[in-house]
Design a protein around this ligand. Structure first.
Ligand code: G4P
Length: 537
């Protein structure tokens, strides 16, 4: 039981945790880098298995059919590995912008992020959006500039672009010598040595050629003009870039930058080492009642993601929980604070490399999966009994809407049940209009509607008619006590009944056609607050 745990054991376990997400625009090389990180940590032996997993998931899961058809990654996954003395929890995020809502929530469960940039394309839209979320939370970010084995942008230009676009100071830890056909390797600016590039996927840690010193006289002869150029650039960088400042990195205003080529296993080890050395262990976490320290003896955790039917053979729903404090052990008695229900999970799973395994224990920073049948919802706090509610799980105002009805009226109940479950999972937002009976779906991206229609049919046996709705803007509405509170809010809802709807947790929402309407409404109703983001409470 957790209370029997020596505080010092909890403390040392927490200190060796590193929990991070890997983020990028699609195609930058996130899957490849993930695989190489697993390979270099020894969690997998054979390159190609993460991609193979991607493929086998496609083959075994019905709704992943969509993913296969589009060639995108819809669902996030979790992997755990040990490297040096650390336990690393790596959270993959869906790269497609239609699934950014899910991605945003994954980012609330990590202590750092690794950003992968395609050196040819620079900063792309999806990277920009994800970075905004990281910046809002002051998440420390490491940057990996990938695909140096191709003809790409000049490194100085890339550095400048990242600084300008993402509003962070970039501190290069390595610097490339050449690119494309003339990519010779990287200078390790801290260790003052050069790692020589040789293409190929077969190399593992420790087998690449390393030359000591940044100004070795043999370099010019061996690496030609690329070496001369790199030397000039490094001089410029040394003059212009500030020294690395751990505090600035931890507060998200400075990012260490690494160059490499994931597909060639090159530059990966440096990033893995930097993660272990620089990324922070789990920090304290704010709940509505108090701030919780990760090494507190009692277990607490928060559900940041729910996924149904990950394994079609089981047809289960897995709640992904970030352990926020204490020690989890199999079979311990837990409480869902929202409902007061007891939870005694015996089949909690962890995610060791890619296998789902039964879990015996976990500490702050770890991600555990609890199979359940609707007992757990997004944003739920789980404790050993304390009434705590963690804050900060964001829901974003949808930007697209559809009406949803069943072709067969006898299936209305199944539709509602299906939508309730999909809504709880965060796959879609479901709204019940104040006036009228047709349910509305809200999403951040078009693809969410397709996934939901597909899943309704295949998992709940409901053929749904999803048709366009005239709304384009949604805002959650509240009213402070000082401005009239509930009474004023009710007056607003009654006046606007035709455009008010209730979301999955019965929060009132106003739905509008144009952004201009919103401005007019804000002027007419000064006491009402309009929110584009709702935090789970
Ligand atoms: P993602 O998860 O971010 O979407 O990217 P993913 O790893 O799937 O990589 C996208 C493409 O970029 C893949 O090629 C991958 O092989 C390639 N790639 C990744 N890292 C590097 C690199 O360092 N250099 C080069 N030249 N290419 C890289 P693909 O053709 O789409 O797939 P595949 O047939 O190679 O698997």
């Amino acid at each position: 039981m957790s209370t029997d745990q020596q505080p010092s054991r909890i403390q040392s376990e927490v200190r060796r945790r590193r929990t991070f997400a890997i983020i990028s625009h699609p195609d930058a090389g996130k899957t490849t880098l993930t695989e190489k990180l697993l390979l270099f940590s020894g969690a997998i032996q054979i390159a190609g298995s993460v991609k193979a997993r991607k493929a086998s998931r496609h083959a075994t899961s019905d709704w992943m059919e969509i993913e296969k058809q589009r060639g995108i990654s819809v669902a996030s996954s979790v992997m755990q590995m040990e490297y040096r003395d650390c336990v690393i929890n790596l959270l993959d995020t869906p790269g497609h912008q239609d699934f950014s809502e899910d991605t945003y929530r994954v980012l609330t469960a990590v202590d750092a992020a690794l950003m992968v940039i395609d050196a040819a394309n620079g900063v792309e839209p999806q990277t920009r959006r994800l970075l905004q979320v990281c910046r809002a939370r002051n998440t420390p970010i490491l940057t990996f500039v990938n695909k140096m084995d191709r003809e790409v942008q000049e490194p100085l230009a890339l550095m400048d672009e990242i600084e300008r676009e993402l509003g962070m100071t970039v501190v290069p830890f390595t610097w490339p010598v050449g690119m494309g056909k003339h990519f010779h390797g990287v200078m390790d600016l801290r260790q003052e040595r050069m790692r020589v590039f040789s293409p190929g996927e077969d190399r593992v840690a420790g087998t690449e050629e390393v030359l000591e010193g940044l100004n070795n006289p043999a370099y010019a002869e061996r690496f030609g003009m690329e070496y001369g150029n790199a030397q000039g650039e490094i001089e410029l960088v040394n003059e212009a870039a500030p020294p690395f400042d751990l505090e600035a990195f931890l507060s998200g205003s400075q990012t260490p930058m690494f160059f490499g080529s994931a597909v060639n296993n090159f530059g990966v080890q440096e990033v893995l080492d930097a993660l272990v050395e620089l990324a922070p262990p789990p920090a304290e976490r704010a709940a509505m009642q108090r701030v919780v320290q990760p090494e507190e003896p009692k277990f607490t955790g928060v559900v940041f993601k729910i996924q149904a039917n990950m394994d079609p053979a089981h047809r289960d729903r897995i709640a992904f929980l970030r352990v926020a404090s204490g020690h989890f052990s199999r079979g311990m008695r837990l409480k869902v604070v929202r409902s007061g229900k007891e939870l005694r999970p015996n089949t909690v799973v962890s995610f060791l490399s890619q296998r789902r395994e039964l879990l015996d224990e976990a500490f702050a920073g770890d991600i555990i999966g609890i199979p359940n049948h609707g007992v757990l919802q997004l944003g739920d706090t789980i404790t050993e009994g304390e009434a705590l509610q963690y804050t900060g799980l964001p829901f974003f105002a949808p930007e697209m809407f559809r009406s949803v009805e069943v072709a067969d009226p006898l299936k209305t109940k199944q539709l509602r049940e299906g939508l309730r479950q999909l809504g709880e999972e965060g796959a879609i937002q479901v709204f019940r209009p104040e006036a009228g009976s047709v349910l509305l779906l809200g999403a951040v991206g078009q693809l969410q509607f397709e996934v939901v229609a597909h899943r309704l049919e295949h998992e709940y046996g409901v053929k749904a008619r999803v048709t366009s709705a005239r709304y384009n803007v949604a805002r959650w509405v509240t009213c402070d006590e000082a401005d009239g509170g509930e009474k004023e809010l009710r007056r607003f809802i009654d006046h606007n009944a035709h455009r008010v709807a209730w979301d999955a947790v019965n929060a009132p929402t106003v739905l509008l056609e144009y952004a201009g309407e919103l401005r007019a409404m804000q002027e007419n109703w000064p006491k009402i607050k309009f929110h584009a983001l709702r935090e789970h409470a």
